[in-house]
Design a protein around this ligand. Sequence first.
Ligand SMILES: *Cc1c(COP(=O)(O)O)cnc(C)c1O
Length: 481
Amino acid sequence: MSKTNYHMTADEFRKAGREVVDWIADYYEWVESHPVVPSVAPGDIRASLPEHPPQSGEPFASLMTDVDKLIMPGITHWQSPNFFAYFPSNTSFPSILGEMMAAGMGVQGMVWKTSPACTELETHVLDWMVELLGLPDRFLSQGEGGGVIQDTASSAVLCALLAARERATEGQSNQQGIQDRKLVAYTSNQAHSSVQKAARIAGIGDESIRLIGVNADFSMDVDALRDAIQTDRENGLRPFFISATVGTTSSMAMDSLTEIASVLDESIWLHVDAAMAGSATVCPEHRSIHNGLEQADSYCFNPHKWLFTNFDCNCFYVADRSALLGALAILPEYLRTAEHDAGAIDYRDWQIPLGRRFRALKLWFVLRHYGAEGLQAHIRQHLELAAMFEQYVMESDHFELIIPRSLNTVCFAHREGNDWTEAILEQVNRSGKMYVSHTKLNDRYTIRMVVGQRTTEERHVRGAWELLEEAAMRLKEKNDA
Ligand SMILES: *Cc1c(COP(=O)(O)O)cnc(C)c1O
């Protein structure tokens, strides 16, 4: 008799599921002692995989074996306590469990009707976030505004730009496109590349986005912004969008929102990208980075960076949701519901894709597990460790700060210049014992030390510093010889 049911049974799932949970828990014990960056060359992982897909299904045990054998050798361990590169993308057990349950429910939350709790929990948790971060009330869902979970900050800025475009064209850009509209957008030359990408996608184009220069602390030079806007207006162009950054990717520089707000008028939309730094404002003592935010039309930050919530989870807020809906809502008959007509939130109208995952569940789990005080305590620990590291740099004979520390990011370099700094970065990363990445600030090759992994403790930060000092010492001996 031929087999007719190939599905995993519930009992098999129970058993395999427990093994997977154990595997994940073991991973966090094991990861600390493993090289943060794998030593594989492009093509190595593929070459180890079978050429053809399996004809017959395989037992789950062989999948688990192959994850360990074929996949783990090619994993960069973002969750290692010794990962200090790029930005953290931290997670936590409550978040992982929320993610599992969301996968288990397998709901699509595109409209209220397709899963009411998916929509309502999201609205509720995003309102909680306003309170937790001390964000302006205009972002609360009870008023004209509201929040939504996007996959990434990149999607958030694209949605903001589309809403701004539609508002600037009095609701005509969707109908007529934006040919000859002469729209111009502004951001600093330190802003994340996603702003430029959004401008391309929205048909604004690289030529119509001004990358404004920065001050010595890498914050946007608002006088230059004011001049650029004036010049563009004099040339018959239409400034319509500014994206300010609270915590730039290179150096965690903070644009001054109050200064930027002073050049705004009704015709310009202000978006604020606080992808990483936003999480710090769970601590009241860091809220000043948001001064002026009450003038912004939209705002976003990523709990998937520094708030113990696994990727993907971006909280995006608008002060006037009708602008966003005006840009993105299209109602085909097959998605019409009585609840929509009665005013229920259909989040598909707040984002680019139709389908949407139940992301609010993991965020809710994180907030309930840690509470405000738990989140504050861990953010403060990271900031103390970053301050400790900054102190090491200041007292070092080899290294110097390129700029003063901003939150959890320390930008430093070897005193002897770029070649030395680069050689040291490569050496410590090759050791496998830590991972840092670099940027260029005023042509200085700069190492960025970013503290934000859930499991990072003082000994890891101290260990990283010792490796850096050793590498510097060895390089000096080599050059002296
Ligand atoms: C990380 C980062 C982004 C991009 O984040 P995604 O969520 O991956 O799109 C954008 N802006 C800033 C300031 C960032 O730090």
